[in-house]
Ligand binder design. Structure first.
Ligand code: ATP
Ligand code: MG
Length: 390
């Protein structure tokens, strides 16, 4: 039994004249994702990508990888048959067993790319439908709202039959919407924010601030693990790890306690945007959601954004924590995110952080110490490396 996969494009199909360039990026991403699994033949036709394994590649493994590639809405698993009605029947009846056993109604849809095939589409639909009814007597035909649609496609070289569809990751291919730098912590929110930007086609690099010895090596490994899980969707992540200890100590020493967090976040943004500019990223991304904690009130964000010359995207801004948790479970980051390791943000948390800071008072607090040399030092000492699960 030889199987292949059909990938249906989502929004790419609507891109008009730009469709080909989006499609090129998608195919490149898929090839990169599958390169360690085996070799495949790729064919494109009518907003569908056909992927045929060339050897004994495990289709389940391939499918699991492909459900994490943005730009694909549906993935169908199909059996390859000869272009001969009796072979189509012989191969497809057992192949469809699991799907048809669980259904009550079905219909057959035929598509003929090869118009010279000896049966017309209506004939194929009728005849294959009849064979299916013979074999699976519990079924009824419903042409309007069938539970299962069995599709038979007659192409140039062979025919194939499919009925099993699985959801793709949706979105746009990563690499079609520019590059962003994600502030990645060890929490639940920021990996979800990275996933959401990548879903819209953005290449996501990451910056992480650590404060050893207040934060442990284990805490950094946890964040690297999150980047790795995220990379199953985003592709390889350029990871920047910034030593932040000195800066945090100086904030603690020189700024009023109720403004620690806000000053710290402004300096994080300042460092992040300099890194962003140096790596060609045009915006920053955070996992903030309005009102979630003191540093995420609207006025606190006004104070943080005042240092930013490039846009800061916050894809979770209007989401509830329960909704964010749901996505984090879906993408597989949740269990790692809830591991209890300290984050640099939690090291010097003020007892009563100001929820409605005024920009002038924050600027004044920050001006009490010249952070510029330490900022430059931290950027110089930043370690950059690539993290990838693929
Ligand atoms: P998360 O679950 O993403 O950690 P959070 O609810 O804990 O978010 P904060 O700790 O206030 O919220 O952080 C808000 C955002 O700031 C994070 O979503 C992340 O984008 C960024 N951030 C926080 N700590 C760090 C860090 N140590 N390194 C990089 N970015 C960070
Ligand atoms: Mg956090």
């Amino acid at each position: 039994m030889e199987e292949m996969l059909l990938l249906k494009y989502g929004e790419i199909a609507l891109k008009g004249l730009n469709k080909k360039s989006f499609e090129d990026v998608l195919v490149k991403n898929i090839k990169r994702r599958l390169r360690h699994i085996g070799s495949f033949e790729y064919t494109r036709a009518q907003s569908t990508l056909y992927i045929k394994p060339q050897g004994d590649e495990d289709i389940d493994v391939v499918l699991a990888k492909l459900t994490k590639v943005f730009g694909v809405t549906k993935i169908c698993r199909a059996i390859i048959c000869k272009k001969d009605f009796s072979d189509i029947v012989k191969c497809s009846l057992p192949y469809l067993k699991d799907t048809l056993d669980g259904a009550k109604t079905f219909k057959v849809e035929a598509k003929r790319a090869d118009k010279s095939f000896c049966m017309t589409s209506p004939e194929l639909q009728r005849e294959l439908g009849a064979k299916i009814l013979d074999e699976y007597s519990h079924l009824e035909v419903d042409v309007h709202e069938p539970q299962v649609t069995v599709t038979v496609e007659i192409r140039e070289e062979n025919a194939f039959v499919h009925a099993y569809k699985t959801d793709g990751a949706g979105g746009l291919p990563v690499g079609t919407s520019g590059r962003a730098l994600l502030l990645l912590s060890g929490g639940i929110d920021s990996p979800v924010a990275g996933y959401m930007m990548a879903k819209r086609g953005v290449i996501v690099d990451a910056v992480h601030f650590e404060a050893p010895p207040y934060t442990s090596e284990r805490a950094r490994l946890k964040v690297e693990e999150l980047a790795k899980i995220m990379s199953e969707y985003t592709g390889a992540v350029n990871f920047h790890c910034v030593p932040f200890t000195r800066i945090q100590e100086m904030i603690k020493e020189h700024c009023p306690e109720e403004l620690f967090t806000i000053v710290m976040r402004r300096i994080m943004m300042e460092i992040s945007q300099r890194i962003a500019l140096s790596v060609g990223a045009s915006c920053l991304v955070t996992g903030e959601s309005i009102g979630q904690v003191a540093s995420q009130t609207m006025l606190a964000m006004v104070c943080t954004d005042a240092v930013c010359k490039i846009p800061v995207f916050r894809p979770l801004i209007g989401m509830d924590k329960t909704e964010i948790v749901e996505v984090s479970r879906k993408i597989g980051t949740y269990d790692t995110s809830i591991e209890p390791y300290e984050d640099c943000c939690t090291v010097f948390t003020p007892r009563h952080p100001k929820t409605k800071p005024r920009l002038e008072e924050v600027e004044k607090a920050q001006a009490a110490f010249d952070f510029e040399p330490l900022i430059n030092q931290a950027i110089n000492d930043t370690k950059a490396y690539i993290i990838s699960a693929n």
